[in-house]
Design a protein around this ligand. Sequence first.
Ligand SMILES: [Zn+2]
Length: 173
Amino acid sequence: MGQVIDRSPELVARIQEHYRMLDEHRPLRPTLGNDMQIFYMRDRQTFTFLMFPELLDMAYQTARIIGEKFIAPYLTGKTLPEIMLSNQPIAAQHGYAIQEIVECREDFAIYRNYECADCYGMPNIGMKICAYEAGTAAGCFETPLGRPVEVRETKCCANGDDYCEFEVRVLDK
Ligand SMILES: [Zn+2]
C-alpha cells in the first residue's frame, strides 16, 4: 500500500506543504480559505459506504497512509500513552471532533470522539462509518511506535450511539 503513494512523491510533498500552510495560518484557497460546510463531504462518504460497504476497509487502509504521512510528524512520545496524548488535541484543533482517551496502556487503548464531523447527528443506519478516522489513527500511531496498530470503531453515531468509540491494539511486528 505504501508503495502506491511513494510513486506520487509530488502529491505527498504538496499535501505536506498544505499542512505547513495550516500551521502558519496561511489559507490554501485565496478567497474561500480552508473552511467549508462539512455536510458536503460527509454526505458523499456516508452514501458511498451505504451503497458500497465493502469500501469501508478501503477507506481504512487509505487513511493509514494519511495518518503515517501527514499526522504522525506532529506527534511526540515513544509509548502508546505518550503518542495518544500528543494526538488527542489535534481533533478539536482541526474541528473534527472532541477526543477523550478513556483507557490507555502500552498495547491497548480506548478513545471516544464526541461531535464527530463524519457521523454526529446521523440516524441509526446500522453501520459504523468512521473508517477514515480509525485508519488515520492506526497510521499515525504505528509510525512512531514502529509496530503495526489496529484501530476498530466499536460505537458510532451512525449505529445508534451518542459518540464514536475506538479500540486501539498494538500488534507484534
Ligand atoms: Zn462514528
